[in-house]
Design a protein around this ligand. Structure first.
Ligand code: NDP
Length: 307
């Protein structure tokens, strides 16, 4: 029987692991489908305290893992496919067939990128449609690409893509970016970036060719549509929580985020931290902070329930 099982290996999961390990609970971290979490799909992390010159996302997660393992956390390369939170012990089934029993569970499964949902877009995911410039940007050397969205992610993706693409066209549905001024300015001052304001994507071409050849964009003010030739399409319109595993067992909000109170969920002994329960801040450092809180809550729960 495990004392603490942590689902997810992003900043929330590994920080929870560091704290639970230092409490001598030898937590088991189930890595999940994206080892290291969302930071491994970003480039330079510039806002994590302690790294005045920035730190590579992969490197930061590698360091967090090392730190957790140093104190006795164990990491299993698997994903949870089912959970039974109805009684004690809690049970988690992994994709390797193993079922783990545990006294406490920390859900740190994070969030994933959203897409517009157009059938043509969905058909071309992995064939020119992506939500991760760091992962796929290098495939678009010398060709124009578009980025959908007006937040920090869109600015970051667009700026990164200028390393490879001949031109980066940001398509944004309003006439003003949501992004922070510093990130927006960085993108707007880049000569390789052009913005189509007040514009929405109506169609992605061309699923019949099995690759992206362009997009049809409609200006929501004039109502006019135009076709733009691009070889890559990057969606950067936000994220949704990875809470499917616990749906029906834990209270979720209308958007699928796990409802928490100081990381406590609706089920005693089950805690949630990081982006799966945070629709507001969604930062690596807030995820780490809530991971710390979840571990402290799990330790207190175990102490209150027989040590
Ligand atoms: P945001 O929710 O901040 O922005 C999403 C953007 O996509 C908005 O501009 C929104 O438009 C647009 N959008 C949403 N849905 C649609 C749709 N259906 N069709 C067209 N456009 C759509 O998400 P981000 O991922 O950009 O950022 C999330 C959080 O992460 C933020 O807090 C951000 O600050 C942070 N972040 C920080 C970074 C850093 O500091 N290095 C890097 C990346 C993210 P509209 O504006 O009209 O709502």
């Amino acid at each position: 029987m495990e004392q603490v099982v942590i689902l997810g290996s992003g900043s929330a999961g590994y920080t929870a692991a560091i704290y639970a390990a230092r409490a001598n609970l030898a937590p088991l971290v189930v890595e999940g489908p994206q080892p290291g979490g969302q930071l491994t799909t970003t480039t330079e992390v510039e806002n994590f305290p302690g790294f005045p010159n920035g730190v590579d996302g992969f490197e930061l997660m590698h360091l967090q893992r090392q730190q957790a393992e140093r104190f006795g956390a164990r990491v299993v390369s698997a994903s949870a496919v089912a959970a039974d939170l109805s009684g004690e012990p809690l049970r988690v089934t992994l994709d390797n067939g193993q079922t783990i029993e545990t006294r406490t569970l920390i859900v740190a499964t994070g969030a994933r990128a959203k897409y517009l949902g157009l059938p043509s877009e969905q058909a071309l995911i992995g064939h020119g449609v992506s939500a991760c410039a760091t992962c796929d940007g290098a495939f678009f050397r010398g060709v124009p690409v578009c980025v959908i969205g007006g937040g920090d992610t869109a600015m970051e993706e667009a700026t990164f893509l200028t390393r490879y693409a001949s031109e980066v066209i940001i398509i944004h549905r309003r006439d003003k970016f949501r992004a922070s001024p510093i990130m927006a300015q960085r993108a707007l001052s880049n000569p390789k970036i052009r913005v189509l304001w007040n514009s929405v994507v109506e169609d992605v071409h061309d699923p019949t060719q099995g690759k992206v050849t362009g997009v049809t964009v409609r200006n929501v003010v004039t109502g006019q549509s135009q076709r733009i030739e691009v070889g890559g399409y990057f969606c950067a319109i936000g994220h949704e929580p990875n809470s499917g595993l616990v749906r029906g067992q834990l209270e979720l909000d209308a958007n699928g985020y796990i409802r928490t109170q100081f990381t406590r969920t609706s089920r005693p002994g089950v805690f949630a931290c990081g982006d799966v329960q945070d629709p507001v801040y969604r930062q690596a450092i807030t995820a780490a902070g809530s991971g710390c809180m979840a571990a402290i809550e799990a330790v207190r729960y175990l102490e209150a329930h027989g040590g």
